[in-house]
Design a protein around this ligand. Structure first.
Ligand code: G3P
Ligand code: MG
Length: 249
């Protein structure tokens, strides 16, 4: 396996559950706790602006509703993506991929860019996000790690930016997933904690793949997984993990 440049601890959605997910406030929080790596979810607006949002709809994490893929950036940019979590975050906007990349690069943080297309836009999103990532991280010492549940998105990402590392996200890895990872020349398997065990980690390592596990919020479980050789732990429990595992940040 090639050298792995990413820290073992990765803040899920920027700042776990302590700050509004996928916003600049989340990355600020993660960084303030000492995190040097963050995972986040990127998709496209109707007019192909890459933004951070987990869900296909705006309902849960903004003050609007409906499918985000039906709106242009001009309609999304004024939304409140922080108030849902608390008054302290009210007014926090939806983050653009460009703004997050600039913040991460300027603070020396590593990125795990989850390509999370709205339904039906898998290929377009994989291509556009990878191409944009390539431009945004031009000249960087460490490339962003792209990942996706969507094989189609990863295939398109490879076409757009073959040099950027890719990982397949899988809830419960099967033989077919290992074949897919080989097809897209993935460097990593991003596996649910529910399916991660010693055998799976060993199998992935045997196939030349690093293993990142989400979402691990229990410190003893993280210790067990790391003991089995897990290469990355993606956590929502950012405060406790930063205190408990400072050497892994
Ligand atoms: O990238 C790992 C993890 O974030 C995948 O699940 O639903 O939290 O994006 P989700
Ligand atoms: Mg994600």
């Amino acid at each position: 396996m090639k050298p792995w440049p990413y820290p073992a601890l990765i803040a899920h959605r920027g700042g776990g559950i302590v700050a509004p997910e996928n916003t600049l406030a989340a990355f600020r929080l993660g960084r303030s706790l000492g995190f040097r790596a963050a995972e986040f979810d990127v998709k496209l607006t109707r007019d192909d602006v890459a933004i951070l949002l987990h869900d296909a709809t705006l309902d849960r994490t903004t003050n609007a509703s409906g499918p985000v893929g039906d709106l242009d950036w001009s309609q999304v940019r004024g939304l409140d993506a922080g108030g849902w979590l608390g008054e302290a975050f009210r007014g926090e906007p939806v983050a653009t991929f460009d703004a997050v990349a600039e913040m991460l690069r300027s603070t020396g943080m590593h990125a795990n860019v989850e390509i999370k297309p709205v339904p039906g836009r898998e290929r377009a999103t994989g291509f556009a996000v990878a191409a944009r990532a390539s431009a945004l991280w031009e000249g960087a010492a460490v490339a962003p790690l792209l990942s996706s549940f969507s094989f189609e998105a990863l295939e398109a990402a490879r076409e757009a930016a073959p040099a950027l590392p890719r990982g397949l996200i899988v809830s419960s890895p099967q033989d077919a997933d290992f074949r897919r990872m080989a097809q897209v020349e993935a460097v990593s398997l991003h596996c649910s904690r529910k399916a991660a065990d010693r055998d799976l980690i060993a199998r992935a390592h045997g196939a030349g793949l690093r293993v990142l596990i989400w979402t691990v919020d229990d410190p003893p479980e993280a210790e067990r997984l790391l003991g089995w050789g897990a290469d990355g732990i993606i956590t929502d429990n950012v405060r406790q993990f930063a205190t408990r595992f400072p050497g892994l940040l």
